[in-house]
Unconditional design. Sequence first.
Lengths: 377, 411
Amino acid sequence: MIARCVGNHRGVTATVPRPSPARSALGGLRDRVLRLAELATTPLLPADYLDMVNPLRAGADLRGRVVAVHRETRDAATLVIRPGADWQRHVPGQWVRIGIDVDGVRMWRAYSLTSHLDRPDGCISITVKAIPGGKVSNHLVHRTRPGTLVHLDQATGEFVLPAQAPQKVLFVTAGSGITPVIGILRNHDELRDVVVVHSAPTPDDVVFGADLRELAAAGRIRLVEQHTDTAGLLDAAAIAALVPDLAERATWACGPVAMLEALEEHWSAAGIADRLFTERFRATVLVPGEGGTVTFTRNGAAVEADGATPILDAAEAAGVLMPSGCRMGICFGCVLPLREGAVRDLRTGEVTTAVPGDGVLVQTCISAAAGACDIDH
Amino acid sequence: MTVLQKKADNPIEHLTPEDIELLGKELDDIRQSVIDTRGEADARYIRKVIDVHRKLELGSRAVLLASGFAPAWVLGTVGLTVAKILENMEIGHNILHGQWDWMRDPKIHSTTWEWDIVSPADQWKHSHNELHHTYTNVVGKDNDLGYGIMRVDEDQPWQPFHLGQPLWSFINACFFEYGIAAYDLELGAVIARKQTGDPEFRARLKAVLGKIGAQVRKDYVIHPLLSGPNFLSTLAANFTANLVRNLWTNSVILCGHFPEGVETFEKKSIEGETRGEWYLRQMLGSANISGSKAMHVMTGNLSHQIEHHLFPDLPSNRYAEIAPRIRDLFDRYGLNYHTAPLPQQVGSAWHKIIRLSLPNGWLELTNRRNLLPQLAVLYKMTTGSPKVRRTLQRKLTAGVRLTRAAAAAEA
């Protein structure tokens, strides 16, 4: 799938420090002026007019403008984006939600940031691999031109190095799973002992192949490339054989579900599960529930959803404007309060119930109705 | 006019239930063909219209800062009027219908949009999208038929106060946005039922008053104040723009359902109505305005009222494209596709308003020679008891029958 990795340290959530938005006196004055101007622009907002002139200004909804698209491989590209004035610095390894109009429809996806933090032009970059049938990834890789305006959220995610960088690090990646790792490697020169085990179908398919090989040549990393078309998939035991001091290393892994599961199993068996950082993507287990009517209490829409369809998909198909992000259960951009009813997690089959007053936050992209549901939206 | 079900020559008598279901199927296919091809070009269209509106509104208001200079007043007022019409019709009305919700752009979405008229968007969406579009032209259900203040059907007994109907229709047209706000509030019914203390009504009233305040402040205080010495001329320009916009939108809306020949339906006719029958009612209950591309845009494509009522949530820019297919469908099913130029449709609608303000048959029987005796009849019906009214009405009805028979014999 698309490169999205979130470190989930076995339930221990690391808090990533983030600079708080400075409430400058200038910003306060600006807000007061805008409130006054609204008297003349109502029912529109002054921002509606300002957006026509400068959509990237301070105080605007966060957007970015694509300034360049660099091809990485035949199906991957790096998009260099000039973010709006309110963009806050990200932490290497984090991802950003990006909203782009594909065929006239606004779609949001999350991609790892791959840029150097101190680019002189202040731009950020994401690297996208087009997946077969992927609407957004194909649009970004093949059809997005410089000048395109995109919508952004602030960067987030916990697939990052701790404040005190570990002595020895192992990155296990496959496909576009390399993207957050490149983001980390580019910004952490201080890492001295790094092994990168990366799998891709052929040498040409290695996203950032040239950069990785250069880092390896310079002695910054030890690179193990596995070309799976010819050499087959690497299993956990093979990785352990390739990296004998694995137990001494802090390991970050990003790639397909099967790979992560195999790694988790191996690390658990070795008793070093606490040294592995991964995120479980949308699972293979799909337990069909009984479905039901999902009612959106604030906008009044009622949607019939079956037990195998995420509430997000069912609601969007019925025309309800839903918050959404990665659509695979990791970015929490789609979270809404479940006021009453039951939903089933499509990854685990786990049922979450809410009685009035609960307001359990559920991820609509991986939750299906397990009976009638009232969602606060 | 009389409800379709009571007509001697029912225009849908020739259609079997199977025909009607087939018709529904064909319409579903047309709808799907638009949905399947909805995309970037449509998104570009609505964003372009919004962009043009904003530039035009801002530009016109800037020009009006010098409204003391007569040419600036004229230019600014024309620009502001066009901007307000665009905003209400092609943009506001259609966005609030959810025609652009598929773009998933929270800034162009029926749940977030607010428009430049005194009725708050959510109240209008209820009375318009839910009630009018569901119960189109069903007498007693669709309050758009006369907005609860007019006699719209011969079957409604004539009362002397109906004589004022042309006048208050005109006043309603001039201040149409306030009429709509009152109508969305169901103000008449709430007062009649003495429910003005109802907290839910109070909340809605507060929302309307808040919106009126914001609108009035913008057009009649802030903008004139910004014009400095041109305060009064800018105020006059805003008043004129709102007035012309109100007259225009009222005319377009009258054309949609009021011209002679548009059918109305009785309440019980929609019990258990099928999808095909619902479509058929929309086809017969709406009328189009023919004209140029500019006319279509300025009416918010409500010039394609028939297409709009069949598919209220399809993007308005696509109605023109499907219109020939819809017309062909009317032809094949032997139905009357009601379309005419704007002056003709407006004339027809006003003729109906005037005719129904008078007792049934009165206008038809009156000519220059019998004007005085006819006025005497009208005077007696206006001032007389209900019994007098009934007697004279019987005479009028008999007179119409005689005249028509004589005309038929001559032909």
